[in-house]
Design a protein around this ligand. Structure first.
Ligand code: DGL
Length: 277
């Protein structure tokens, strides 16, 4: 390998999630940072994180970060909202490379786009219970009113591929009914899977409610971070280095077919690894 191509800027970005959902974030990074290589880990053996304790999520996230570091990544994106809520700030001081999550960027954009200061958040039970979105939004707008709603059935419905199924629409109507009378004009899709239900949520909430997908803003934030640290890829790739690599802790074939249904590129393989070791 050419000496200059050993430079940190040619190292990949590590992205992780509890499973397939973080592919919505990886997809956004692929779109916005097309020169960056990615190593993705989906914890398909231990999903869901949304109903687990903080201690467990912290332990899982630490293992995954060590794995990604062993792959030589230059920065890490915590694509999972629940892990961003419970593990990110605790793990940051342990790290020698930059790490970002999805909550801060999503909260920031919601605080900017709301006109009336009333913001809804949908997410897993863990993310909503943590109140992290409320805290982050109020850092930008201390007077904002934030209304959260956990929507735990959305994750299995998306994983089943029932993106526009009548059952999904019915479930969404039930969950989103709790926003009636709240007057929110902005709704954060605060879980990796929810951007895939965007059109169902849009139809129920109506055009008057702005939907915020934190993945978009996270990719923007990553771009700024890489530039500030002087480690953004300038387009030269080390010879033979794969652009995208995928690792999972279980059900590699299922992961692969889900990935191929939502990513802009075809993935040939998802490698199974033992993350506990
Ligand atoms: N990735 C999770 C999140 O964004 C959703 C799936 C899960 O519960 O693990 O919070």
């Amino acid at each position: 390998m050419n000496q200059s191509l050993n430079d940190k800027k040619y190292a990949p970005i590590g992205v992780f999630d509890s499973g397939v959902g973080g592919l919505t974030v990886a997809r956004e990074i692929m779109r916005q940072l097309s020169l960056e290589r990615i190593v993705y880990f989906g914890d398909t053996a231990r999903v869901p994180y949304g109903s687990k304790s903080k201690e467990t999520i912290l332990r899982y996230s630490r293992q995954i970060i060590h794995f990604l570091e062993s792959k030589g990544v230059k920065a890490i994106v915590v694509a999972c909202n629940t892990a961003s809520a419970y593990a990110l700030e605790e793990l940051r001081p342990e790290m020698r490379i930059p790490i970002i999550g999805v909550v801060k960027p999503g909260a920031k954009v919601a605080a900017q786009v709301t006109r009336n200061g009333k913001i809804g958040v949908i997410g897993t039970e863990g993310t909503i219970a943590s109140q992290i979105y409320t805290e982050m939004i109020q850092r930008h707008n201390p007077h904002a009113i934030v209304v959260g709603k956990a929507c735990p059935l959305f994750v299995p419905l998306v994983e089943e591929g029932w993106l526009k199924d009548p059952i999904t629409i019915e479930v969404a109507k039930r969950y989103l009914a709790s926003f009636q009378e709240t007057g929110i004009d902005t709704l954060i899709l605060g879980c990796t899977h929810y951007p895939l239900l965007r059109s169902v949520v849009r139809d129920i909430m109506g055009e008057g409610v702005e939907l915020v997908n934190p993945a978009y803003e996270t990719a923007q934030g990553l771009k700024r971070l890489l530039e500030e640290c002087g480690i953004a890829n300038d387009g030269a790739q080390p010879e033979g280095a794969p652009m995208y690599q995928f690792y999972v802790s279980d059900a590699a074939e299922k992961f692969k077919s889900f990935a191929n249904s939502i990513l802009p590129c075809e993935i040939k393989e998802a490698q199974l690894i033992q993350i506990e070791e």
